[in-house]
Structures are given as C-alpha cells and as structure tokens.
Design a protein around this ligand. Structure first.
Ligand code: PRX
Length: 662
C-alpha cells in the first residue's frame, strides 16, 4: 500500500511527466486559424507546394520561377522572384492592396521603462520607414551595404531594420547588452558602413550609455563612415559626444527627409540581414538570412503557431538583438499586419509586477517569453501576477531553452488562468523561424515537450550514424530544407558546411541539440551537445568566454563549462590557471577583476557565475581538456571543496580517476 507521502510523490511525478496532457479546448479549436490535423500529412505530401501557398500570401513585385533549388547544402527558395520586405511589412497594409486597409491600426505600441509611451499606426510607421530609408541613402548607404544597429528596445530599432530592407541594405543588429569590444568585432566582420545607436537606453532605472560604448568601439572600426544617434531623451539627457561630420542626430536627419522612398526590388535570395551568434569557436558566426524564404517562414509560423487574429495585441519580450526579436517583434507580426507591443526595460522595474501591469494596461492577448523569465516570475511569487487582470490573454508562448514541466504548469495556471494554450517553440538563429512547436488548435501538449515539427518541416532524432531513432534519445536533425533556413555564414562558407551539414551528409542539417522522441513521436529537447552554453536563454560559446579569460594579463589558461542553474537554466563556471606573477594576489579581488574583464570583452550576459583557480587544467594525453571532469566539479559531484583544486596533486588524482572511467 502506498503511504500518502508516496502517493503525493507519484501524483507530482505524473503531473510533471509525459502522462499529463493538455487538449485544446473546443472553443479554442473552433476559432483557431488551423484546426485540421490532416494539415501535417497534406504539407508533407508536397512541401514545396505547401510553402509556395504561404509565399503567395506575400506581395511580390515579380513572381518566382522555381519554388526550391536544393543543391545540398545550398538552397534557393522562390528564386527569380522579386519582393521587398518593408513593402510586405508596411506598404501593403496602408495601401490596402492586401485586402484590409490598416493605415489607422496600431503597428507598434511602445512603453519605455520610465513609463513614457508611443503608438505608431501603420501609416506612421510607413512614413517613418520611408523617411529613414531616405536618410540612409543620403548618408551613402546603398543596396548590398551593411549597416549596424545598436539600440535599446525603442520604435527606432524597428524603423531602422525596415528602412534598411527598403533600400536593399543588410542590417546587423547587435544586442545593446553586448560590450563595445563585441560591437567592434561584429561591425568589422560585417564591414558595416554606418552605425545606428542611441545616446542611452533605460535598464532598471539606470541609463545605459550606448553611444559612449559605440564611441569606444569606433576607435577601431575603419569601415564606419557615419553614425546616426537617436535621442532617447526625455529626462536629463546625459552628455554624449557628437563628432562633427561623422555623427548625426536621428531627429535632425528625419526633419529634412522626404516621406517617399521607392522600395528596391530585391531578389528572393538577396540578403536581408546578418545576425551574429555564438558557436563552438571563439569567434561568433554571421548567420545570413535572405528575403523571400525568411519572410515566408516567419509569416506562416506567426499566423499558425500564435493563431494570430487581426484584433490581437502581440507581445514577444525578446530584444531585437536576438533572432526572436527579428522574427517575432519585427518581420513576422508586421508582415501579418499585427499590433505589436514593445517594452524597453526590465520585468522587475520598478516592481516585480511590471509585465503583468503592462498586459493589463495594453490588453495583451498573446504573450511570448523565455523559460528563464518564467522561472524568475515563479520565484518572485504568485502574488505579483494575481494583482493584475490578465484576462485578455488567450495564448502563451515559450522559447529559447528547454522549459521544465514545473514552469510550464505554473505559466499555464498562474499567467494563463488555466485557459490559454501554451506553445513551446523550438528553433534557432539559424532556422530563422519556429520549427518544432504545437499548433494551438490541433496539438495535444505535454509540459516540457516542444511536441512536433511545424507542417512542411521534417525533423527527426538520429543517432551518431544518422540512423533514425523511433523513440529514445539522440541528436535533433532536420532532414529537408526549409524556406527560412540560413543560407551561409557571412564570409565563411566552409564553416557553414562543416558546422551544420557534415555530421551525417546527405543534406541533413545538424542543429547541435540533443533530443528525445517519445512513443507518440513528441520531441523533448535536452540542451546543446556542443560547446555552446545557454545562459538565461542567451547563447554563449565556451570558447568565446575562454578567449576573453586568457586575454586577462593574470590568466595563463582557462576552461569554461556550465552547470545547472535554478533560474538561468545554465550558469557559467570558469576554471582558471594563473600566471606565475599573479599567484600571490588576493584571490577575492582577482575573481572580481576577471569577471569584470569578461563583461568588458563580451557583455554582462557572459559574466561567469564562479571562477575556480586550479593549479593545472586536467587534460587527456592528447592535450584535450577533460570537460566532463570539470563539469562534475562545477556541479559539485567530483569534489566537495573546490579550493583544493589549487593543489596540483588533487588535479592529478582526479584525472587518474576519470581516465580509468573513460
Ligand atoms: O538549444 C536550443 C535552444 O536554443 C538554441 C538556439 O539558440 P538561439 O539561436 O540563440 O535562438 C534562440 C531563440 C530561437 C537551440 O539550439 N532552444 C531554443 N528554443 C528551445 C530551445 N531548447 C529547448 N526548447 C525550446 N523551445
């Protein structure tokens, strides 16, 4: 017989495992944009036709000649077709060619951290994009040129992207939380001609001085000819240096610009943007996305995954510096003529209920955020969301990292009031759009599972040899091309082939994620299988942090691993061997100095949680760092007291133990 305690434990187990399922309600199903399960088979039957039917819903200047040309690993989607992304996101809504004329509909509803607000209708956005496109042209930017964007979450960030697309330039948005050195490297790799930044942005009541950081970067960015500076303004603007002839205020330039700028007719395969993301080396990769296929992918997933309706107010909390911001703040929602809500600041400013207050104030209907945020909300307690009226919400989304079932259930009950379906969406910077996800009017969801591939996407779990795993664990794989896939790595086509297409060959894409398939074919993502960490939903390479560490004058050698973290999912632990001269320094001060150094090199998102000084780094005979050993130490499994790592005999002993195990 079970004791109550055992039964309780069992209930929780059942609650938190695959056994708990959520079927879409009849009401939701009835009104859903897609509610026929047969759609999966239909799309798989002729996936090119399926994607072409989506592409046809966009506005084209010239039709394509061929839906797909696939010479693995190089895809061309809708080649020969001509279109412009800004026309699809703005013009067609104000000029009414797509049916409804949305000129007076809110395109962007914005609130700054201090509480200042702005709303741009589609007409406002149309004029602003045209004017800024003319500004860019006047500053010498033309088709194919790269521009860098380093802005807070303000409407100008969206305007800048769309204006770039309008004139056929290529944008590279750099997250405002990256350091000046990280910005410099990205500008130089893209050879950007122009930078758009702001005097500052608000974060937790503090002014983040972006222009100052940009000035530091620009000391070593020979390609930049002009800098456009948005005046975030409002309250006591801090002094920000304006360098005559190079720097220009956004508002001044806009005053003189005409609000009519004919869009460039872009080939479907012309580059729309580059977005840098971390990989397995010290140098971030420039992911290249093109125009026609990318727009098709984000347009389709926006409509079906989020069940988007004309009256929705959609809030994706991602920063525009990440792919989620590109695809589901800018291109996906605007291509659909949606109203997008954007908030500049932190969720706990001035209090821990800021997000819930915003949902109530703006009547948000669809809310899309990351598990890290959800876990933080859980920790802050139910009282915060309970204070607000969240009844306008009808759908919730999750992205960026595996969501633990506890957080899923909490999200569903406390934020969704038990009535909102949850879409746990798996995808990557490389995939451009959502790949594995529930369809909220079709899919029976299981907390913790991203469920199944979107129609027209072919996903599998494979073993090392590339054999299909019917049920069980292995590597996630995408077996056919898809419209919003990356096309290459900027200036590094070899790395493109090697990184993504060489594990199994035969045109199978390797995302670098471990995954499990259950008996019903559901995907359960298990995290990265390469040297990429996912810290608070942000992708950071171990090598990137290691390069930053060894650039510190006191550091001889460094190895970085991650350990599980209750809120952030993973936290960074750095093992550091000091140079001879530094060994006598106070370790407490050194720890802080080294952490600050990483922040300076990369940004606060890469700040190590812990630095452990080690006499030696444990290496195999062939010189490879024994990461499993380091991971076990970081998790507290291999060694209780980490201070003993400073003793070389301890490292040797550990090494021997692990070598015997291997
Ligand atoms: O490991 C997967 C994880 O995030 C990685 C992609 O990171 P990034 O390119 O920065 O894009 C994040 C936002 C799309 C993936 O390789 N990941 C993303 N979404 C999920 C996820 N892991 C589990 N479940 C998800 N829903």
């Amino acid at each position: 017989m079970q004791t109550p305690v055992q039964r309780n434990a069992l209930d929780i187990h059942v609650l938190l495992t695959e056994a708990r399922k959520f079927t879409p309600s009849k009401q939701f199903q009835a009104q859903a944009n897609v509610n026929d399960p047969a759609i999966y088979e239909k799309a798989a039957g002729d996936y090119e036709a399926f994607w072409a039917s989506w592409a046809r819903q966009l506005e084209w200047i010239e039709p394509w000649k061929q839906v797909l040309e696939w010479k693995a690993p190089h895809a061309k989607w809708f080649d020969g077709g001509k279109l412009n992304a800004s026309v699809n996101c703005v013009d067609r809504h104000v000029l009414g060619q797509g049916g409804a004329n949305l000129r007076n509909k809110a395109a962007i509803i914005w609130e700054g951290e201090p509480g200042d607000t702005r709303t741009l209708t589609y007409w406002d956005l149309y004029r602003a994009v045209n004017r800024f496109a003319n500004v860019l042209k006047k500053l010498g930017v033309s088709r194919g040129d790269r521009i860098a964007i380093y802005l807070p979450m303000i409407p100008e960030a969206v305007i800048a992207c769309l204006a770039s697309a309008r004139i056929g330039a290529v944008h590279s948005v750099v997250f405002g939380g990256f350091s000046s050195e990280a910005l410099r490297d990205r500008i130089n790799d893209a050879e950007a001609k122009l930078l758009i930044t702001a005097d500052f942005g608000w974060r937790r009541g503090k002014q983040i001085l972006l222009k100052n950081a940009a000035d530091e970067a620009l000391c070593a960015c020979p390609s930049i000819q002009n800098v456009v500076v948005v005046q975030r303004g409002g309250v006591s603007t801090p002094p920000c240096h304006i360098q005559a002839s190079r720097d220009h205020w956004w508002h001044r330039l806009m005053e003189d610009a005409s609000s009519s700028c004919p869009p460039e007719a872009m080939n479907a395969e012309d580059m729309l943007y580059i977005l840098y993301t971390s990989g397995t080396t010290g140098k971030p990769k420039g992911i290249v996305h093109t125009t026609g296929g990318y727009l098709t992918g984000v347009y389709a997933t926006m409509k079906w995954v989020f069940d988007l309706k004309p009256e929705d107010v959609f809030w994706c909390t991602a920063d525009i510096g990440w792919v989620t911001g590109h695809s589901y703040v800018v291109y996906g929602p605007l291509a659909n003529g949606a109203s997008v809500f954007i908030y500049e600041g932190a969720p706990d400013w001035p209090e821990k209920d800021r997000f819930w207050k915003l949902i109530e104030k703006y009547g948000i209907t669809i809310f899309y955020t990351a598990p890290t945020a959800i876990r933080a909300f859980m920790k802050w307690g139910d009282a915060w969301p309970r204070k607000a009226d969240l009844s306008t919400l009808r759908l919730l989304g999750s992205v960026g990292e595996p969501i633990n079932p506890e957080a899923w259930i909490w999200y569903q009950e406390k934020i969704g009031g038990g009535r909102c379906p949850i879409v746990d969406t798996w995808w990557q910077t490389e995939t451009g759009a959502i790949m594995i996800t529930p369809l909220p009017g079709v899919t029976v969801t299981k907390p913790g599972s991203a469920t199944k591939a979107f129609p027209g996407i072919f996903a599998e779990v494979l073993n090392e040899l590339g054999e299909r795993i019917e049920s069980g664990g292995g590597y996630a794989a995408i077996t056919r091309p898809w419209p919003s896939m990356l096309r290459t790595l900027f200036k590094d086509p070899e790395r493109y082939e090697k990184q993504y297409w060489s594990k199994w060959k035969n045109g199978i894409y390797f995302p670098g994620d471990g995954a499990k398939r259950d008996e019903e074919g559901y995907f359960w993502f298990l995290g990265r299988v390469d040297d990429v960490m996912n810290v608070a939903g942000h992708r950071i390479g171990t090598m990137e942090v290691e390069s930053a560490l060894v650039a510190h004058p006191d550091v001889a050698e460094a190895a970085v691993v991650s350990r599980k973290h209750e809120i952030k999912g993973e936290a960074i632990v750095a093992f550091v061997t000091l140079r001879e001269h530094a060994r006598s320094k106070s370790s407490r001060m050194l720890v802080e100095a080294i952490k600050d150094h990483v922040v300076k090199k990369i940004g606060a998102l890469a700040r190590p949680e812990e630095i452990l000084f080690s006499a030696d780094l444990p290496k195999t005979r062939s010189g490879k760092i024994m990461r499993r050993l380091l991971r076990d130490i970081a998790e507290g499994k291999a060694l209780g007291d980490t201070t003993t790592l400073a003793d070389p005999t301890v490292v040797e002993d550990l090494k021997r133990r692990y070598e015997e195990d291997e």
